[in-house]
Design a protein around this ligand. Sequence first.
Ligand code: BTN
Length: 334
Amino acid sequence: MEFNSKNEPSFLKVLNFLKTHDTEYLSGQDLSDVLRISRVAIWKSIKKIEELGYKIETKQKVGYKLVEKPKTIFPWELSSGLKTKFMGHTIYYFDEIDSTQRFSHEIANKENNGAIIIATQQNSGKGRIGRKWVSRNGGIYFSAVLFPKFDISFATVFPMAASLALAKTIEKLCEIKPELKWPNDVTIKGEKVAGILVDVSLQSNKIDYLILGIGINFDINEKEVQKELKKTPNFYGVKSLGEFSKNIKPVKFLQTLLQEIETIYFQLESKEIEKITKEWTKRSSTIGKNIKIPTEEGIIQGKATRIENDGALVVENKNKSSRIIAGDVVHLEK
Ligand code: BTN
């Protein structure tokens, strides 16, 4: 099933009316009169709304009442109450897709700046360094199409800035303080709760567009995912946000995250890099630790001392200092 917020489905009128009158039963006749749709169309809409997972109580000869919304991040739920200036103003939704990241490239054009592509499940989710991203029901998986005005030199800080936005969202809404593992993993108690993948499309050495992909283990079965991933190189565990986010609906979480990402995006456009690297460092579990990173020139081992303004990690060992731009950090101490 696929929805695009640019073409709203016909049952939405009925759903919105049920939402705004959720303390009373509404008869089919009343709905038909108020919304100026036939009784048959009302009945079809009610069936569709139920199929999507909304719970509607039906009282014979009285009418319908909406009693529960599903957890699914449908575009009309995400749009309602979204306070961003451009992020998420166009939304594509899929029950199932191969990868939202792949699809985003297909629809990337300037009219779609800020478009969000969400999927309940992905069957070929992409992770960093060519890895797969296990994307079962219960997680939040989305990509954003972005046409930034910032310079190409900021492209490497952007994923890091996105991980900061994610950490801030978790701090705001959940009962836990997450940590940031270089370059852009969000962790809880040393295990991975979310990952970020940024694809950059270049045109004559300028950013044409970016695709920001985020996978969040929002409420997943840790053991099942762990089983699938444990043979992955440098695997360090999977954590679900579930136990810390009990009263938070996925829609609310994503709305807050989109706002935080937008804030950081505008900060980058106005070159406020130091603010971002400082805030990132405050939450980092990598800085100050002994680490190792496999690179093409061999394994670099030493103390991670700081990140630079392009997001590079500085690792010091005796009198030698190395600058790492990309890779996978292994923490050698807790
Ligand atoms: C990582 O390896 O840490 C990055 C994982 C990124 C996963 C997200 S889920 C939504 C988007 N679509 C994909 O195929 N990948 C990204």
